[in-house]
Design a protein. Structure first.
Lengths: 113, 118
């Protein structure tokens, strides 16, 4: 079946540290891949996405590259800020499937000054 | 960006009672809305797809008589947890794509409703 596996959190970093949150997927076809972020008290927001192999999604300094050979979509940021503290969800969906999202468990990131 | 609201944000009820959760798209029309359930430290699990003017489509293993979904208008979907029991305690989240779900990969999420059944 289709599934998404994320590294467990919480991840605790100091401000300006480098961030990596690992995400791997299992899929029967070629899904689109997403990172969503949930700030405290708010709904999930799309952070970035990639729709085919080798695509790189980027937004707000975050990046992730769709790697078909390793079935991965790791999230990275070169220098995190306190305001990046949130829960990050990796997800996949298939076009034509009414965009039903399959989520990973989420990774909580805490950034300290 | 577009906003999806949920009401209530949290609810506590007694076992055996029914609870209704509303999901509204505030500045766009949504022919489709999705309902998710999230257990602590676990993924969001899709429960059902709510379609305006027609029956909801439930995911495998979700009891349709337990979780009643009504998508009465292009801006409102409701999830009713009937005869709630402690195992129904969870965080319920809705989302809505703008316009036709099959033509976009964008979804806007509500902030969620925490249900606690005593």
């Amino acid at each position: 079946g289709n599934s998404v596996t994320q590294m467990e959190g919480p991840v605790t970093l100091s401000e300006e540290a480098f961030l990596t949150i690992n995400c791997t997927y299992t899929a029967t076809g070629y899904p689109s891949l997403f990172w969503y972020v949930q700030y405290p008290g708010e709904g999930l927001q799309l952070l970035l996405k990639a729709t085919k192999a080798d695509d790189k999604g980027s937004n707000k300094g975050f990046e992730a590259t769709y790697r078909k050979e390793t079935t991965s979509f790791h999230l990275e940021k070169g220098s995190v800020q306190v305001s990046d503290s949130a829960v990050y969800f990796c997800a996949l969906s298939f076009s034509g499937g009414y965009n039903k999202l399959i989520f990973g468990a989420g990774t909580r990131l805490a950034v300290h000054p | 960006g577009a906003v999806v609201s949920q009401h209530p944000s949290w609810v506590i009820c007694k076992s055996g009672t029914s609870v209704k959760i509303e999901c509204r798209s505030l500045d766009f029309q949504a022919t489709t809305m999705f309902w998710y359930r999230q257990f602590p430290k676990q993924s969001l699990m899709l429960m059902a797809t709510s379609n305006e003017g027609s029956k909801a489509t439930y995911e495998q293993g979700v009891e349709k008589d337990k979780f009643l979904i009504n998508h009465a208008s292009l801006t409102l979907s409701t999830l009713t947890v009937t005869s709630a029991h402690p195992e129904d305690s969870s965080f319920y989240i809705c989302s809505a794509p703008p316009g036709l779900a099959e033509s976009t990969d964008t979804q806007y999420f509500g902030p969620g409703t925490r249900l606690t059944v005593l």
